[in-house]
Design a protein around this ligand. Structure first.
Ligand code: BEZ
Length: 212
């Protein structure tokens, strides 16, 4: 059964490059990003993991823990990490789940047999502090993900979890936002003291509330 937005992220206990973890316990009160890689010692994954490691301070700033997964054992992950550091210029600084028995991959439906019956696809699950799934992405093995986009989406998710707003197309942190559809004009006047512009009754724009 596919995991849908709003579902509780399935819990599990797994071996990782940083020891055994219980997923929910490891998440604690943080946000989380769980992302899968098709296989160790593969080129696209090598670049993705290097980028994720470089961006870890940005995830930390947002109170987001990141964790990777592939269907190889811990010793393979650890050996591959040496190549990642050598070629990408950054050591992997977050845990990688060793899912040789595919327990977690199956739990999160990360193996799509019509794409490949042994490797995982490139899945991403963003999980909120309430342990609920806030975003899912699925990329094929041949296309590397954009981790800057992941940070952009997390900025939006965190903003809308605190304010009655939505973020428009191509929004970046600091840009104007959309007043939530459930907010009346009267309420908007108190919720958004910086004011708002009504382009249409359903399309009202206000400065990003935590930036004014
Ligand atoms: C890669 O990471 O480059 C890759 C992994 C599995 C299949 C194809 C490419």
């Amino acid at each position: 059964m596919a995991i849908r937005l709003g579902d509780v992220a399935p819990d599990f206990t797994a071996e990782t490059t940083q020891g055994t973890i219980n997923f929910h316990e490891w998440l604690g009160d943080s946000w989380g990003v769980l992302f899968s890689h098709p296989k160790d010692y593969t080129p696209v994954c090598t670049t993705e993991l290097g980028m994720a490691a470089k961006l870890k301070p940005e995830f930390d700033k947002r109170n987001v823990k990141i964790i990777g997964l592939s269907v190889d054992p811990v010793d393979s992950h650890l050996d591959w990490e040496k190549d990642i550091e050598e070629t990408q210029g950054c050591a992997v600084n977050f845990p990688m789940i060793a899912d040789a028995d595919r327990k977690v991959s199956d739990l999160y439906d990360m193996i799509h047999p019509n794409a490949n019956d042994t490797f995982t696809v490139r899945s991403v699950f963003v999980i909120g502090p309430d342990k609920k799934v806030k975003l899912t992405l699925t990329y094929p093995a041949s296309t590397g993900r954009n981790f800057a986009e992941l940070l952009r989406v997390i900025d939006s998710l965190q903003l809308v979890s605190n304010y009655a707003v939505a973020t428009p197309v191509n929004w970046e942190n600091g840009d104007d936002v959309i007043v939530g559809m459930g907010v009346s004009d009267e309420e908007a006047k108190t919720k958004f003291p910086a004011g708002f512009t009504t382009l249409k009754p359903y399309l009202r724009i206000t400065p990003q509330p935590n930036k004014v």
